[in-house]
Design a protein around this ligand. Structure first.
Ligand SMILES: O=c1ccn([C@H]2C[C@H](O)[C@@H](CO)O2)c(=O)[nH]1
Length: 172
């Protein structure tokens, strides 16, 4: 069963500790991801929607890779924060060692979850048990795994391809 979509108040340290224990994060990592996603949100280029989104990836090595949504006058050209972050991670050479978490922050009054296209992008680079941390304007949060957000997903294994998250010469 997916966890309740009801957000957990940011002030609940007990809940944060339980969330972290369930997903292999420390509370310090959790709060650092929240702060980094909120900082990335401030960098959004969103003159059309005014809806700021920040996304931060926690790499296996413990680095943060940030993204924010980048809109365009031709609306469909817009790139979501999550996909900006993954593109940056690929250019930085982070993608083949895997990611431990994805954090997303918005100014919405309830935690917003990644769009379908971004869920599929996350699926390309993350294991199904990777936690997606979603923060609202008050730092209340919901955490769900990729598998909970994208059940019965289509990925590299569906094509009979090797897992790109594992270091392999042909993926370099
Ligand atoms: O997962 C999502 C969903 C939407 N957006 C952005 C795209 C657009 O700039 C704005 C409104 O849809 O939010 C993201 O960055 N990530």
């Amino acid at each position: 069963m997916p966890p309740s979509p009801s957000p957990t108040p940011s002030t609940s340290q007990t809940a944060v500790a339980a969330t972290c224990a369930a997903h292999g994060l420390t509370p310090a990592e959790f709060h650092a991801l929240r702060a980094a996603a909120q900082a990335a949100k401030a960098r959004a280029y969103c003159p059309y929607s005014g809806f700021r989104v920040g996304a931060v990836l926690l790499t296996a090595a413990g680095h943060h890779v940030a993204g924010a949504n980048v809109e365009n006058a031709s609306y469909p050209v817009t790139t979501c924060a999550e996909r900006v972050a993954f593109g940056t991670a690929v250019v930085g050479g982070h993608h083949q060692k895997g990611f431990r978490a994805v954090a997303v922050a918005t100014d919405a009054s309830a935690p917003a979850s990644p769009c379908g296209m971004c869920r599929q992008c996350i699926r390309e680079f993350c294991d199904l048990n990777v936690p997606i941390l979603m923060f609202d304007k008050d730092s209340n949060y919901v955490v769900m795994t990729l598998e909970e957000l994208l059940p019965l997903s289509f990925g590299p294994d569906s094509l009979g391809k090797p897992d790109p998250a594992k270091p392999q010469p042909e993926n370099v």
